[in-house]
Design a protein around this ligand. Structure first.
Ligand code: ZN
Length: 310
């Protein structure tokens, strides 16, 4: 059979007319022309943006819907992607139990700060892109059977920086928890104090810690949850004074950045420096808890620390 087919093909070639007129110089027939690269564009279209995210740790393409269902944790390598404050609150509290406090409080540009961009324009831009009023959401909610004061920071809003509004909202939350004899949970994610507010943002460090001291005096538990990243003014104030300090896996936690420390100490930094795992090894934090097990773990801690069930 194969032989027959081969013979037929040969015959066909022999009967083909040779090209009589050579094509003019410089002319390219459509036959030779490289087909237009419809492929390069359409291939991109095959993976529409916002459907898949590449995991920076293991390189797996993760389906966004799956990532959302998984609380933004890579199912293959446990990498914790950033998660918004509202999403996190939703993952922690019982449905319809969260009563937000000071939802309308917004920052003002008291110093008329101008740099590469003015503080005012930065605020407006962040308000529009994040849908948040500032870098923290506070309120009272129920986790399991425990009513708690809950504050959650959002890194998306100006790097989770602490200005007057973040400090004031947290202070009011802490004072409310003290007044109502409730335990307190603050989930931090911050680049530090907000430089656009100068000294006013540094004052928030003392203010939040003073309020926490009254909360502690009332013998009420405070759990500080550190997420990636928790640094500078926030780490140097309320985030590091929890009765219990827990962190998410792989979270970057520290005061100054590694480069500054390296330049100051003139020493090589050990591997894994400023990660949650590094700090746990050295006793600076109490536990590392995966986001997916966070709620259950918190319920356990609250029960153990005497959170009231009501
Ligand atoms: Zn991964």
């Amino acid at each position: 059979m194969a032989t027959t087919a081969f013979t037929r093909k040969t015959l066909g070639l022999e009967t083909a007319e040779p090209a009589v007129t050579p094509p003019p110089a410089g002319h390219q027939t459509t036959f030779v022309k490289k087909p237009k690269l419809a492929g390069s564009k359409s291939r991109k279209r095959e993976i529409p943006e916002g459907l898949w995210t590449k995991c920076p740790k293991c390189g797996t393409m993760v389906f966004d819907k799956e990532l959302d269902e998984n609380l933004k944790v890579c199912s293959r390598c446990e990498h914790h992607f950033p998660i918004g404050a509202r999403e996190r609150i939703h993952s922690m509290v019982e449905t319809c139990t969260f009563e937000e406090m000071d939802a309308e409080m917004t920052s003002v540009d008291v110093l008329n700060f101008t740099g590469a961009a003015s503080y005012k324009s930065k605020l407006e831009k962040n308000l529009a892109t994040t849908g948040l009023k500032d870098a923290v959401i506070t309120g009272i909610g129920k986790i399991g059977e425990h009513r708690v004061g809950l504050g959650v920071m959002d890194f998306k809003f100006l790097g989770g920086s602490m200005g007057s509004v973040v400090g004031e909202k947290l202070t009011r939350l802490i004072e409310k928890a003290t007044e109502k004899t409730l335990p307190l949970i603050i989930v931090s994610s911050s680049g530090g104090a907000r430089m656009y507010e100068g000294m006013l943002s540094l004052m928030q460090m003392a203010k939040t810690c003073a309020a926490l001291a009254y909360h502690a005096k009332a013998r009420l538990p405070y759990i500080s949850v550190l997420t990636d990243p928790t640094t500078a003014g926030v780490m140097a104030s309320f985030a590091s004074v929890g009765d219990l300090i827990i962190a998410e896996p792989g979270a970057m936690i520290g005061f100054a950045g590694p480069r500054v420390i390296k330049d100051t100490t003139q020493a090589e930094l050990p591997p894994g420096f400023q990660t949650a795992e590094f700090l746990l090894d050295r006793g600076l934090i109490d536990a590392i808890v995966s986001r997916r097990g966070m709620k259950q773990q918190l319920i356990g801690y609250l029960g153990y620390m005497g959170g009231r069930q009501r």
